[in-house]
Every structure is written in C-alpha cells, then in structure tokens.
Design a protein around this ligand. Structure first.
Ligand SMILES: [Zn+2]
Length: 139
C-alpha cells in the first residue's frame, strides 16, 4: 500500500478513511492506494500528525466507536418492534405546525408567505426546470 499527494478542488468536509473524522479538504490531499493503484481512502491531517505508528491506534479507536454505534443500532432495531404507535409524517407536520403557531411563528402557510416576501425567488414555479431556474435562464 502507498500514499500520494493529489490536487483537490472540492472544499467539503470529508471523512478520513482511517479514523473516520470529518475534516475540511485542502488544495492537496493524501490518498491511500492499494498496490494496484486503486484509491481506498484519503487521510486526514490528524492521522498524518499521528504518524504511521499512531495510525493503528486511531483505526482501533474508530472500530471501537463503530462497534458502539452498531450496538445502539441493534438495540434500536429490537425496540422498533415494541413501538405501540408510530406517527405518520402528516401527524408530525401537524404537531410541528401547532408548535410553531404556539411559539408565535404562525402557520406553515403564513411562514411560507413571509419567506416569499423576503425572497421572491424562493417561490418557484414547479413547472420550470430547476436547473434553468437556478441559472437564471427562465423560459
Ligand atoms: Zn484520520
């Protein structure tokens, strides 16, 4: 296995393949390759700081944390079967709307009208092509 510095122009938070931490990509990233050249992961600056000797500990810690997450997910799976009433999305939206109204933010319709007044472009004609709309090339 080998590493390589590769140029980058996508500045998003990205998960490190070794420790799983999200980090902001820079103009250069370190890619970890299999011997056949297949890229298997990028490596975060914290793993670089840990050095080759610290990588194993960081990978073990990730495995431990993933194990905890998997255990919680399995517990959730067991609990799902015991849920008496699971709300529908419509029930949730109704409760959400009531909570907003109770907090003084108005109904969904009032809030949407308020948003449209603040940003008229937010109220998009659904018949328009969204890409053309975003590019400002309305028909
Ligand atoms: Zn890392």
């Amino acid at each position: 296995m080998k590493t390589e510095f590769i140029p980058n122009n996508v500045f998003l938070d990205f998960p490190c393949g070794i420790c799983g931490s999200y980090y902001e990509l820079s103009f250069v990233t370190v890619a970890l390759h299999l011997d056949d050249g297949t890229t298997i992961s990028d490596v975060c600056p914290m793993c670089l700081e840990a050095g080759k000797t610290g990588l194993e500990e960081r990978a073990k810690e990730r495995i431990r944390l993933l194990g905890e997450k998997m255990e919680r997910a399995n517990q959730m799976l067991e609990r799902i079967a015991r849920i008496d009433h699971f709300p529908t999305l419509q029930e949730y939206r109704k409760a959400e709307d009531e909570a907003y109204a109770e907090a003084g933010f108005g109904t969904v319709e009032e809030r949407e009208n308020e948003d449209a007044e603040l940003d008229p472009s937010a109220k998009q004609d659904p018949s328009e092509d969204p890409v053309e709309f975003l590019l400002g090339r309305k028909k």
